[in-house]
Design a protein around this ligand. Structure first.
Ligand code: NDP
Ligand code: KPL
Length: 336
């Protein structure tokens, strides 16, 4: 299949290399030093899905319509990246592989004639340097049909993806996005402290804050009437428990997520942005919970404080020591 991958960072680079290895005709839309490196030396992938240096085409701008387009930028870059490709996306199936809740809405606005699919990467990947990506956690990707994509298209795309990497199909992509949003509450504290997800979860005070942020978001989601669909064994019932348990017991959830990441330190995609001096996606992660809370008139003190701290680290590029984080995100006694 002729596939264009828009955004060739950790996730887009992984997908591009694996889809090219599986025999697809892959074009990556990249920019800056990354584009120059891929042009000169190709795209190198290693880690949990094996070593790949598959032949693919790279470009700064799409010049013809693919049979499938994949958007794999951070959420804050989605609109501009799609607008730049819009002339060649008319009616082309578009798979949006992005964390957060709003990726499909942005795609619908910019590419109204494209049937949309949603993708949630459960694998963990790190962009090491221009043209070089490594997979630290070789987990599957979840794929589901967007509001007006039909089952036949989903089946066709899933068949192509399955030749390249492990894929799970969901019949509730919106519910799966909510569950993944909860999983992505592991991202913020590494971005604030500079530690890996596993190190943060091993620290009792940071683990407590992470659990508090998750509990707050579950409560917001429930009040807003959101559904949690099953993602990698994490069901609505599991998250219901996170929403009601005291923090010491609710910590089973971050512990479970860290255990599943294995022993290779996972910085998470938000800390990777900080390390590269880029703006993060935090407004679309914990910030999405704050936005929903504001809309329905609920307080969100823990997530609001976390979002503010990530923005502070973006601005200052100075990580906050764990003891200071605990002081700056105090948990009210009733929240214990
Ligand atoms: N990394 C991971 O392990 C996981 C990430 N995710 C999610 O996947 C999505 C992608 O994340 P990730 O791959 O980590 O992010 P990266 O920052 O590694 O990759 C995004 C890439 O998109 C590029 N890009 C942005 N705008 C444009 C544009 N207009 N034209 C061309 N390229 C563009 C960026 O270039 P530049 O660097 O120049 O900005 C960058 O190379 C996010 O929503 C993330 O939350 C989900 C699961 C796991
Ligand atoms: C689940 C996790 C943390 C994997 O790295 C992720 O989605 C991310 O880094 O954004």
């Amino acid at each position: 299949m002729r596939i264009a991958i828009i955004g060739a960072g950790a996730v887009g680079g992984t997908l591009a290399a694996l889809l090219a290895r599986a025999g697809n005709d892959v074009t990556v839309v990249a920019r800056g030093e990354n584009l120059r490196a891929i042009r000169q030396e190709g795209l190198r992938l290693d880690g949990g899905f094996g070593k790949v240096n598959a032949p693919l085409t790279s470009t700064g701008r799409l010049t013809e319509a693919p049979e499938l387009a994949v958007l794999a930028t951070k959420a804050q870059d989605a609109e501009a990246a799609l607008l730049a490709a819009r002339d060649h996306l008319d009616g082309v199936p578009l798979l949006v592989v992005q964390n957060g809740l709003g990726g499909l809405d942005v795609a619908r606005r910019v590419a109204p004639a494209s049937p949309l699919l949603g993708g949630l990467a459960l694998f963990a990947a790190s962009f090491l340097e221009a043209g070089h990506v490594t997979v630290t956690g070789p987990n599957p990707m979840i794929v589901g049909a967007g509001p007006d994509a039909d089952r036949a298209l989903l089946d066709r795309v899933v068949a192509v993806l399955r030749d390249a990497l492990p894929i799970e199909v969901t019949d509730d992509i919106e519910g799966a996005q909510w569950t993944k949003l909860l999983i992505n509450h592991v991202n913020a504290l590494p971005a604030i402290t500079g530690l890996s997800v596993q190190e943060v979860v091993a620290d009792p005070a940071l683990r407590r804050i992470m659990t508090a942020s998750m509990r707050e978001t579950v409560r917001i989601a429930r009040r807003a009437g959101a559904r949690f669909a099953r993602v990698q064994g994490v069901s609505g019932r599991v998250l219901q428990m996170v929403g009601v348990l005291p923090l010491t017991l609710g910590a089973f959830f971050p512990r479970l997520l860290a255990r599943r990441m294995g022993s290779v330190p996972n910085p998470g995609s938000t800390l990777q942005s900080i390390r590269r001096g880029q703006l993060t996606e935090i407004d679309y992660l914990n910030g999405a919970a704050v936005e929903v809370a504001t809309r329905i008139g609920m307080p969100s003190p823990v997530n609001s404080a976390i979002v503010a701290l990530v923005h502070e680290v973006e601005r200052t590029t100075v990580f906050v020591p764990p003891a200071d984080v605990a002081r700056r995100i105090p948990l009210s006694p009733v929240s214990i």
